[in-house]
Design a binder for this molecule. Structure first.
Ligand SMILES: Cc1cc2nc3c(=O)[nH]c(=O)nc-3n(C[C@H](O)[C@H](O)[C@H](O)COP(=O)(O)OP(=O)(O)OC[C@H]3O[C@@H](n4cnc5c(N)ncnc54)[C@H](O)[C@@H]3O)c2cc1C
Ligand code: FES
Length: 370
């Protein structure tokens, strides 16, 4: 009985929905040496791994001049269902190093061929997004994390909804719209979406055809090159009943801060659900210094902008993480010694405090029990 339980137990981050499918993996992975079985599985099929979730890039299809949808066939253990609006961790190997980022799923789950999609906007100053949009070859094997996040529609779906999105912030919301349509649900939806120009609107045809086909979805496109940026103070004018609507907003930091302040001032903060793709970093990074990972017996010299999460990963340490943006708390660990600086606020944290490795850098020296 214990052997059965042990062999069914999923490996970390792997769906436990059908534990039976874990038996083979569990036995192969656990019963012999820890390294070899996975290598054998990998030889048979690169998507079979007992240790981690994997996917294979099916195709990369351009949406706008700087955006593409990446379709991925998921391997063993990836959950069959997730909530539209949730995001997934994607790990890509470039020059021998794994780089991880989070992307909202634009697919809505439970496809028979186990295919998911994400839609990525190339950030010209960024490292991975340009590679995903311009350089990712179909067939590439990537690593995945299970879908997660609280940014999704509740059940039952509210009768009146407001979506406020801008740029690539449309991605979790297009998944919600696809979910509503596929379930035949028809809440009254008002959607304000901003983009610099019409040509920059991701999923333009899909949103416009939905708005043309049904009365319960009202789309308002705002082209910021013509009318300026979204201003939450004008909600009264654009959506007179916004106070009665449950709102989901996703877009640039300034837009979300504006929305948050507006709802806060109106005493309606609990009606607003926000997904942030990025954090505002303070100019006052850490001083840099030495980080020691005591359990692994490794250390590194860091500049003040490199996060402890990145440093650990560079050293090959299995670091816990989720959003990598200071949102989900998955990366929280106690600071075993020394000082770190929070890159969002510039605040220093000391030994004994719990810190988020994804938004902390070393300040002088620090030790983590990892
Ligand atoms: C929950 C969630 C969902 C997301 N969903 C999507 C999505 O659906 N589509 C999408 O396109 N993106 C999404 N993102 C954003 C995505 O994860 C990446 O952050 C984005 O693609 C940029 O990655 P990059 O590697 O190109 O940029 P990075 O190399 O990570 O850099 C991003 C920006 O930060 C700046 N930066 C980097 N390092 C530093 C530093 N040390 N100090 C100061 N500034 C620095 C860069 O100049 C750049 O402007 C999501 C993020 C989260 C958290
Ligand atoms: S990984 Fe989500 S808060 Fe650090």
């Amino acid at each position: 009985m214990n052997l059965l339980k042990w062999s069914k137990r999923p490996t970390r981050g792997v769906s436990a929905k059908q534990p039976e499918i874990n038996i083979l993996r569990g036995l192969v992975a656990r019963a012999t040496t820890p390294l070899l079985p996975d290598d054998y599985l990998h030889l048979i099929n690169p998507l079979w791994s007992a240790r981690e979730l994997r996917g294979r890039v099916v195709d990369v299809v351009s949406e706008t001049s700087d955006t593409a949808t990446v379709t991925i066939r998921t391997g063993w253990g990836f959950p069959d269902s997730y909530k539209p609006g949730q995001y997934v961790g994607i790990g890509i190997q470039i020059d021998g190093r794994w780089h991880w980022r989070s992307y909202s799923l634009t697919s809505i789950g439970a496809s028979e061929d186990k295919v998911i999609s994400i839609t990525v906007k190339a950030n010209p100053d960024g490292f991975l997004s340009t590679h995903l949009v311009d350089g990712l070859e179909p067939g590439t094997i990537i690593r995945l994390q299970s879908p997660r996040g609280d940014f999704h529609l509740p059940e039952p779906v509210p009768e009146r909804i407001l979506f406020v999105t801008a740029g690539s912030g449309i991605t979790p919301v297009i998944a919600m719209l696809r979910q509503l349509r596929s379930h035949g649900q028809t809440p009254d939806v008002v959607h304000i979406h901003s983009a610099p120009t019409r040509g920059d609107v991701i999923f333009l045809d899909e949103m416009e055809s939905l708005a043309g086909a049904v009365d319960h979805y009202q789309l308002s496109l705002q082209f910021t090159h013509e009318v300026g940026r979204f201003d939450a103070a004008r909600l009264d004018e654009w959506v007179p009943d916004w106070r009665e609507r449950e709102c989901w907003a996703c877009g640039p930091i300034a837009m979300l801060d504006d929305m948050e302040a507006h709802y806060e001032n109106g005493g309606l903060r609990d009606r607003l659900h926000i997904e942030r793709f990025t954090i505002a970093r303070t100019d006052h990074g850490g001083e840099g210094g030495t980080v020691t990972f005591s359990t692994s017996g490794k250390s590194a010299e860091l500049d003040g902008a490199t996060t402890l999460l990145e440093a650990g990963e560079d050293l090959g340490i299995q670091m816990p993480f989720g959003c990598r943006m200071g949102i989900c708390q998955t990366c929280v660990v106690p600071l075993a010694g020394g000082f770190v600086r929070d890159l969002r606020t510039g605040e220093e944290r000391r030994e004994g405090e719990r810190i988020q490795t994804c938004i902390s850098s070393v300040s002088g020296e620090c030790t983590l029990d990892l």
